[in-house]
Ligand binder design. Structure first.
Ligand SMILES: [Zn+2]
Length: 497
């Protein structure tokens, strides 16, 4: 089979120039300068399909069909223009994303026509056309090679698998008739399978797998659908264009300055217990920039603290996971304005606000148990502190405790006894009141600190109370450090000044 014979035959079947190149197995950039590629492959083509060539130089033998019988016009310039216009008329402008990714949903008619042409080529050229390996570069592949670069150039965007997803659904006027024929064909071709399937679902996957010359006879196919594919009068139509913004992750650290603020919305029996929460404050001040649906933003942090516990020091790392983001970037000036708006609440303060790659979410999602947490507890003794007590509470060697689930959380956590490691304990007396101790504790994440202090009737053992041999209670607790060096330090204020 010579290239020229192949192209002459395809031409007679109403196959467009781009698809002719597909059948010559052209790759990558070979579709850009088509004339050059034809020349290199030693193929003469009538000039009408190629730009900048006089149309009457070499008249075609048969009148050229307007719509390609194999791609249904998918690779025509008309369609490219329609596609670009369609995207520009969608909500495209609302998305501020540097990268895009295209997802085409193609009618099954294209696959049926591909198979029909495969049969036709086998009849024409015999064994030169393989039974198992398709004679063309698939439409799917060609869409990537041809349409993706054109759309990206026209829209001035990078191709990025993590970018704004443009879902393009195409339909063709013959689709319903073709699918009805395919259902009949499927019954005839694969009767055993069809018999115990109540409803025949013919998926694209099935088409790709089963509908090959190696598994289906041309004679049977031809009882339902023509070989070669019939000429068409209608081109493909754009059915819909849907946009899905990328997943954007915004990280930072928060400090919790209030002892009356819950981590997430606290609702009991349908009633709000606390008016606001850390999650809501942060999303309210950060979410709007990225999303039109802030209620769909997910808030995550590296652990959490109780309502009455503050979180000070560098603060606790958090991240917002924003689906279908309208915007993927954040300038330092914008970040600073958000930080200031959160700070103005007086109950939460955030800093280091920044967009992070989604891969970095693992920092927050994994290894939680291995992390160390740093606490400062204000505790009260029944008697003034003694030197003996202070000496017992200078512990620089780690020790293990066994901790039963605290009674106060039993309504939402199962009863277990968990081993936890305490790495360090340091205590000092408050100057104004010798009954008050400030105790710094470094513990494994997940340790219940209140129970570590008073022992909860022996449910936590050993405890600070059992170590000093007398009752001790906790008045206030602060988290002062979290052993997670993420996200990176960024000083938005300094950058803006
Ligand atoms: Zn074509």
């Amino acid at each position: 089979m010579k290239n020229q014979e192949l192209i002459d035959y395809l031409e007679s079947c109403g196959v467009c120039r781009v698809c002719q190149l597909r059948y010559l197995k052209a790759r990558g950039t070979e579709y850009r300068d088509m004339q050059k590629t034809f020349q290199r492959l030693d193929v003469k083509v009538p000039a009408d399909g190629i730009k900048d060539e006089p149309a009457d130089e070499q008249p075609t033998k048969k009148p050229r069909l307007d719509i390609c019988s194999t791609c249904l016009g998918l690779f025509s310039e008309d369609f490219q223009q329609q596609l670009i216009d369609g995207i520009l008329h969608s909500d495209f402008a609302k998305y501020d994303s540097a990268g895009i990714v295209l997802a085409f949903s193609l009618p099954m008619a294209l696959q049926l026509r591909q198979l029909s042409m495969w049969f036709a080529l086998q009849r024409k050229f015999g064994a030169a056309v393989d039974n198992n390996f398709a004679p063309d570069v698939s439409i799917k592949e060609a869409v990537k090679l041809i349409l993706h670069p054109i759309v990206c150039t026209q829209l001035d965007k990078e191709y990025d698998a993590n970018g704004l997803m443009i879902n393009i659904e195409l339909r063709h006027s013959t689709e319903e008739v073709d699918v009805a024929k395919l259902v009949e064909l499927n019954k005839a071709a694969f009767p055993a399978k069809a018999a115990h399937q109540k409803r025949i679902e013919i998926s694209r996957g099935l088409l790709e797998k089963q509908y090959q010359p190696a598994r289906l006879k041309a004679e049977l196919f031809e009882k339902f659908l023509p070989i070669p594919p019939a000429p068409v009068t209608d081109p493909l139509e754009l059915q819909s264009i849907d946009l899905l913004g990328p997943l954007v992750c915004v990280a930072g650290r928060y400090r919790k300055l209030s002892r009356e603020l819950s981590h997430t919305p606290w609702v009991l029996d349908g009633k709000r217990i606390m008016e606001d929460s850390i999650e809501e404050i942060i999303i309210r001040n950060v979410g709007g920039h990225f999303s039109e649906t802030p209620e769909k933003i997910t808030f995550m942090s590296s652990g959490r603290e109780d309502v009455d516990v503050r979180c000070l020091g560098k603060g606790r790392p958090f991240v917002l996971e924003i689906q279908n983001a309208r915007c993927g970037s954040l300038t330092q000036a914008q970040a600073l304005a958000m930080e200031q708006a959160v700070d103005a609440t007086g109950t939460v303060s955030i800093h280091n606000l920044q967009v992070v790659p989604r891969e970095e979410l693992t920092h927050i999602k994994t290894g939680e148990e291995q992390k160390r947490k740093y606490y400062r507890a204000l505790c009260v003794l029944e008697q003034p502190a003694t030197l003996d007590i202070l000496q017992k509470l200078q512990i620089s060697e780690s020790f293990d405790i066994q901790q039963k689930t605290p009674i106060r959380v039993l309504h939402r956590r199962p009863l277990h006894t968990r081993p936890r490691t305490i790495f360090e304990v340091k205590a000092r007396v408050q100057r104004e009141n010798p009954r008050l101790l400030v105790i710094d504790v470094v513990s494994q994440a997940g340790t219940y600190i209140k129970e570590l202090v008073h022992g909860e009737f022996g449910r936590t053992a050993p405890s600070i109370a059992s170590i000093i041999g007398q009752p001790i209670d906790i008045l206030a607790l602060d988290v002062v450090g979290i052993d997670l060096d993420w996200p990176a330090d960024v000083n938005n204020a300094a950058a803006v000044e």
